[in-house]
Design a protein around this ligand. Sequence first.
Ligand code: ZN
Ligand code: CU
Length: 498
Amino acid sequence: MATAADHADLVIRNTRLIDGSGAPSVTGDIAVGDDRILGIGDLGETKGAVEIDGRGRAVAPGFIDVHTHDDRALLADPEMACKASQGVTTVVTGNCGISLAPLDVAAGALVPPFDLIAEVPAQAFAEFGDYLAALDGAPPALNAVCQVGHSTLRVGAMDRLDRAADRGEVAAMRRALERALDAGAAGLSTGLFYAPASAAPTEEVVALAEVLRDRGAIHTTHMRDEGDQVAESLAETFRIGAEAGVPVVISHHKVIAAPNHGRTRETLALIEAARARQPVALDVYPYVAGSTILDPKRMLGASRVLVTWSKARPDCAGRDLDEIADEMGCDPDEAARRLQPAGAIYFMMDEADVRRVLASPAAMIGSDGLPHDAHPHPRLWGTFPRVLGHYARDLGLFSLEDAVHRMTGLPAAQFGLVGRGALSPGACADLVMFDPETVIDRATYENPTRTAAGIDLVMVNGRAVWRGGAVTGARPGRALRLRDLGPKGVVPNSSDGR
Ligand code: ZN
Ligand code: CU
């Protein structure tokens, strides 16, 4: 089994090897040389420049956070402690229809939800290639797979966003998308729920998604509706994937508002049926509260609203909206208006639904963390250890191997991350060593930036980025290009590893 050279930069011995495929773990050694895994198994003969006794620990492929809004964080906070501390080694950016590129700042102000990723228009990039070049020039600690946002394309092509794009505008968006893909964008995301895109008909998205097919790119979507109309929105998503001939990923799948609680039985059945016909996957974060801009439309189905940031009243970050409204002597809608622009956490899901989605066969883990929020949702710092510690170990929702698979092998197959998401000789040395007995999230709604427990060592491309409870300062991450990626989309019961 051992294929390592005689000498390695690092050997971790007698550890629990969880290879990312979902297969049962085995005890053995793993050797790293340069940016690659040299060998796994019994590596008795191999000497490491550094040797680590891995007893009582597990080693897995680094986690892939498939749903992030880290577009600007990668540049502004390149050590990426919020993610490195969880064992994340690759992030997928540009979700929910919003990306920093291609966005000509002259095109206008940053309407919500762009304020989730940019504070001022100057933080945007006119060309997608410029954004990727910025990452190359100032590399972050983690690898990045970057998507183009549909809302971003709309801002660039349309004079107003409250209508469908006309033929000329669709053609302009198609050209901009082609340029972005040629520069290295991995796919197109939509945020049809949000105002800058909600007026777009299905046909507009299909016309753009067609551009993805020939280039082997992927489509991800924050669907038009996750409440009463969730079944209709799933049908729209399947239609876009089928008509354009592209794999689709349903972002942060959930059903919201009390009358819809329990409906994941129905939505997951619809997704399973679709997966028999076309490549469909989903991502999920392990919490009953969501988070985005502060929006009265969102508040309707929420039992509690917690403010995460406010430009008008920065002092209100971290407080309950009801309490703020009381203090202001107005209703919550009016209080929300006075806080704008602002963000919030919404308690609007049912725990049983969250568990059902987490355990569903097509589910990958994506944090949807908002790295620029003053008082962020704890998912930003806690998602991956929470799945491993709370849901896998403590609740037994699935095995540790299955949990790791949803963070590694499954997303690697879905996004075409060749040579990542697996422990095998020759694969990129993106690794996490953690303690299966103690790993747990510590970020809470009250203290959202506390680091997780039990994550010992995180390596990206063979270099440690997190060790001993702190970032190392190393920034070995790479901005992966579409041409670096393999085929995308997972056909059920074939390549999803179980
Ligand atoms: Zn979203
Ligand atoms: Cu999102």
